[in-house]
Design a binder for this molecule. Structure first.
Ligand code: CP
Length: 333
């Protein structure tokens, strides 16, 4: 069964995006707008990072109830480069360890004039729950929700594919590995389908395949060789041990041999195929060093795009709230 990802909660009464909980329900034009704005913020290695004042006077709070390196740091950099004040709640020294509820934590930070909550949690439903309780000028951005949704990762993945391969309509994208437990596969798959990708494939052992009612348009393969034959883009996924029973965790060596993206297995893909991985990578499990660090890898480009995408999302959401505030006669500057 699919979890309700909050697609109906993320808009204001005029239909503008006020939160970003999921990519489900976003139109092609909305996604393209976010990608184009992100592209505006992209800089090459060695350049100074892009900056503007779109979030001047705003406060962004990062609340990560599950570990993160890329998403948490890139949201912090994105908000800072847009001129916001940023608070990173250290959960080990916060009052949550004394039993404070998440909602009381939210209300406490909201009273300190936090405008945007960036949230990650291992359980489904927290971003939507918080969205239903914050004040009308406050936004919630989903930074990774169980195996349900990771919308900014989906955006940065399709931005990377667009930069490297151009028009998605002519591309075959193979998502490989632990799809069942992956929020990235769900969000990136949604973005790819909304943008009209030529072919979307899910390539995984039966135990790691999503249920049949998810992504009816995706082709499913239970053989790596068949699944990546003719692919232009391969997205390798991490084995999500933290979402598995001990008995479900595959043997590392056997997994690499049968499902790993290696110098040998990638020969089945199209010449010039690129390899994505959302990170963190399990090197030697779903991907080898030679591929992760080789010329076909787009992993570092994904990370770079992550900051630009989060700048675009923050700027868009805050702009939408600002429009609503001005229309409602609230003091917004
Ligand atoms: N891709 C991703 O979400 O990475 P982090 O867990 O490091 O944020």
């Amino acid at each position: 069964m699919k979890t309700d990802t909050g697609r109906d909660l993320q808009r204001d009464p005029a239909g503008r995006l006020r939160h970003l909980l999921t990519l489900e329900g976003l139109s092609r034009d909305e996604i393209v707008h976010l990608l184009d704005l992100a592209q505006f913020y992209v800089r090459e290695p060695g350049d100074l990072p892009a900056r503007d004042g779109a979030l001047l006077g705003r406060t962004v709070a990062n609340l990560f109830f599950e570990p993160s390196t890329r998403t948490r740091v890139s949201f912090e950099l994105a908000a800072t480069r847009l001129g916001a004040d940023v608070v990173n709640l250290d959960l080990h020294s916060s009052s949550r360890v004394k039993g404070e509820t998440v909602l009381d934590t939210i209300y406490t930070l909201q009273a300190m004039m936090v405008d945007v909550f960036v949230m990650r949690d291992s359980e489904p439903g927290l971003p939507a729950f918080v969205t239903a309780h914050v004040q009308p000028h406050v936004s919630v951005l989903n930074a990774g929700e169980a195996n349900v949704s990771h919308p900014t990762q989906g955006l940065l993945d399709v931005l990377t594919i667009r930069q490297r391969k151009g028009d998605l309509q002519n591309l075959c994208v193979a998502v490989v590995g632990d799809i069942r437990h992956s929020r990235v596969a769900r969000s990136t798959g949604t973005a790819l389908q909304t943008l009209g990708v030529g072919e979307l494939r899910f390539v995984s052992p039966a135990s790691l395949t999503p249920e049949q009612d998810e992504f009816p348009g995706a082709k499913r393969f239970d053989s790596l060789e068949d699944g990546i034959r003719g692919a232009d883009v391969i997205m390798a996924l991490r084995i999500q041990k933290e979402r598995m029973d001990q008995s479900q965790i595959p043997d590392v060596d056997a997994f690499l041999k049968e499902w790993g993206i290696t110098e040998r297995s990638i020969l089945h893909a199209n010449r010039g195929a690129i390899v994505l991985h959302p990170g963190p990578m399990n090197r030697g499990v779903e991907i080898t060093n030679a591929i992760a660090d080789g010329p076909q890898s787009a992993v570092q480009q994904q990370v770079r795009n992550g900051v630009a995408v989060r700048m675009a999302v923050l700027a868009t959401i805050v702009r939408n709230v600002q429009v609503r505030n001005v229309q409602a006669g609230r003091r917004d500057v």
